[in-house]
Structures are given as C-alpha cells and as structure tokens.
Write a protein that binds this ligand. Structure first.
Ligand code: DP6
Length: 326
C-alpha cells in the first residue's frame, strides 16, 4: 500500500465583513456572505497520515495530545474525508501553529483549512479549490476563507455546493497590515460555535443580516479600489454591528475588556491626528488594527506605549492553503 501521508499549510484570516449566525447549522451555512484577508504571520502546518495499522485517530496540536472536544471535532472532519475517499484507516494528525497558542487568537480557520488539504491529499483525493473550501467550511465556517490566497469572499449560498469562498484579489493586490494588539491571553468563555447559535436571540440580529449585503458590496469595491478611508469605515461598522448582536443575545456575550474599549478610543484619536488606522474584532477582546504598510511602524510604536497591550503581532496579506509535502 502506498504512503497515505501529506503536509499542508494555511493562514488564519481576519474578516472585514463578519460571519455571525447561521442559516443552516448541519451544513454550516452562514446567515450572510463575508469578506476577509489571509494573515501571513498566523499559519498552521498540519501533517496527516492514514494507515490501516492505526486503530484509532491520534491528534497532536503544538506537541500536546488532544482529547475531548477538540479531538472530536477533528475526528469528525477526518470522517468526512474518509467517507469521500472510501477509506477505512486510522489517522495520525500533527499540527503546529506559527503563532503563540493561548493568546486568544483563533486557530480554527488556519487549522481546518490545513487539515482539509492535508487529509484530502493523504487520502488520495485531488479536490478543486471550491471543493476544498466547501470541505473546510464543514470543519469551521471561517476556514473556507483560508483556502484561497489574499482577499476572499465567502458567498453564503442557499445549499452546500454554493457556499464557498473565492479569491477577489491576490495577496500582492494591496500592502495592508493587520496589527493585532493582544489585551488578554485568557481562553474565551463563549466559543464561536455557541455564539452563532445565540445570534438569532438578539433583537438586532435580523437588522444586521438585512444590512450586511450593502456593506459587503461597498467594502468589496473599496478593497478593489484600495480606498482605505471607505473600507476602514465599513470594517468598523460591521465589527460593531456584530458585537452589538453579541451583547444583546440572550444570554448576552461581552467579549470586550477595558483594554479593548481603551484602544477603540485611541484609534479614533490617532485618526483625528492624521494616522489612517481602523479597528475590528473577532469573537474576543483582542483588537485588530488595519492600516497601510507605510503606517505599520507608527501604529506598533503607539501600541507599545499602552499598558494594557501585552503583545503585538503584525500580518500582511497571506497566501492560500498549500501542500508542502510530499
Ligand atoms: C467572529 O468560523 O470560528 O471570527 O464555524 O463555529 O467554527 P465555527 O465558527 P467560526 O466563526 C467566526 C466568527 C468570527 C467572524 C468571522 O471570522 O467571520
């Protein structure tokens, strides 16, 4: 039997227009389309090896054997790949993040994108980028946006085959930077999966879903025109709209910490002083500052003067998921 082993790498991504809430839980279809940039500094490298000699799946993340829920989610993904390939074999999964783990940065997007590519190749499947994006979506919604390189749009779709991400511009299109300020390293209390399920309980949810398409069209045009003033304004509006839904869900979810709010005010002050920088957040307290490459050093310098900022991580537009070996 030939060696059923492959290694793949994939970046995390930051959404400019967010995915929050689902149209279909089973299929992981989002309530709305979303837009993102891959982050070149936040990469996961994953090796998958299938062998009929392995009785059970073993999952090692950053040198630690996973058990419980985290392992179960990966095993469920391996089962999808095994079903597609008609394969009956256990797997060894070894995955490493290039970024510090436990700093509250999501690794599910880079993790499930790399796992989808490594596992499908190891199982002998040659999936198209669209098929890979659909497969990754089942693992974690935002992971489907980490399959194409650069800037991607995930079209919500009304069925599984229509719900995938495609590139709208390559990484070299625009030297944007995501300067992430870590204000807490604590593990978040409410994960995204749980949060998506709570979203419809917010009285603001329907209004958000109804208004996203307009913002997405404007953001996409601004991205293609490299118009940061317009893109930045919409990025902030969309992040605030998502956090408003989170904070008005039942029960409410408050991801922001005092440091997060302080930095929102700082960004507004810096902009008033002429520094072109905009903010967004994922499902957590750490703020992502979006600026042009020329302003990155100044943004970093100002962040390092703020007591609440524990660490700064800078990314540019990253490549798509790729096979490293064999
Ligand atoms: C706030 O993709 O992490 O980052 O499908 O349950 O894994 P699951 O959810 P996930 O949700 C992402 C939420 C977000 C916004 C975004 O990236 O669009």
């Amino acid at each position: 039997m030939s060696i059923l082993k492959a290694t793949a790498a994939a970046c995390a991504n930051i959404a400019f227009i967010k995915y929050w809430g689902q149209r279909d839980v089973e299929l992981n279809l989002p309530a709305n389309s979303s837009l993102s940039m891959n982050l070149d500094r936040l990469t996961t490298v994953t090796t998958v090896e299938f062998s009929p000699d392995y009785d059970d799946d073993v999952v090692i993340l950053d040198g630690r054997e996973e058990r419980g829920e985290a392992r179960q989610r990966i095993v469920a993904h391996l089962d999808r790949v095994r079903a597609m390939a008609g394969l009956r074999a256990g797997a060894r999964v070894i995955s490493k993040n290039s970024f510090p783990t436990g700093v509250g940065l999501a690794s599910s997007a880079s993790g499930f994108a790399a796992l989808s590519l490594a596992a499908s190749r190891a199982a002998g499947l040659e999936l198209s980028q669209r098929e890979l994006s659909i497969l990754a979506r089942f693992g974690s919604g935002s992971a489907c946006r980490s399959i194409p390189g650069g800037f991607s749009e995930w079209t919500a779709g009304t069925c599984s085959e229509e719900s995938f991400a495609r590139q709208i511009a390559p990484p070299e299109h625009w030297e944007l930077r995501d300067v992430i300020a870590i204000v807490s390293r604590a593990h978040k209390r409410v994960g995204s999966t749980e949060g998506h399920a709570l979203a419809p309980t917010s009285h603001l949810y329907q209004a958000r879903v109804a208004s996203v398409a307009g913002r997405l069209a404007q953001a996409k045009a601004a991205l293609l025109e490299k118009d940061l003033a317009t893109l930045g304004r919409i990025i902030e509006e969309d992040a605030i709209s998502m956090h408003a839904v989170m904070m008005t869900s039942r029960p409410p979810i408050y991801y922001w910490l005092p440091g997060s709010i302080k930095l929102i005010h700082e960004v507004q002050n810096w902009r008033a002083e002429g520094l072109e920088v905009y903010f967004t957040f994922d499902a957590g307290p750490n703020i992502h500052l979006i600026c042009q490459a020329a302003d990155q050093a100044e943004v970093e310098r100002r962040l390092r003067d703020i007591e609440e900022v524990l660490e700064v991580i800078v990314s540019g537009p990253g490549p798509g998921a790729r096979v490293i070996e064999p």
